[in-house]
Design a protein around this ligand. Sequence first.
Ligand code: 5GP
Ligand code: ZN
Length: 113
Amino acid sequence: MENKDCLFCRIAAGEIPSDKVYEDEQMLAFRDIDPKAPVHVLLIPKAHLSGVRDLTADNSAVVAHIFATVPQIAAKLGVTDYRVLTNNGADAGQTVQHLHFHLLGGRTLGEMG
Ligand code: 5GP
Ligand code: ZN
């Protein structure tokens, strides 16, 4: 485990259970505990990054990897129209300080706020 105080590191390590929909050596996708849409999955790198703020040219390949899994995860969950978003910082709505992308779908999504 990279960070014993980080909720999503603990989920990635299997220390806290989650409803997994996809996993490989670099990332994990699991259902959000408080879904905002019929499909609401969180996609996280297993390696700890606090958010977009931590990304650099040297560590960001995992972001492309995560995005490359989105079509197959969406297909598995039965959605063709969806939104992928990430919040960086408290004013943007970030509550867990481990980089994660929300995959939302299964209903008509409103405009971006
Ligand atoms: P944020 O607000 O940081 O963009 O997104 C954090 C997300 O993590 C929220 O949508 C919240 O519902 C979800 N979340 C918080 N704690 C847990 C948990 O223990 N398990 C799961 N599966 N999701 C969680
Ligand atoms: Zn973490």
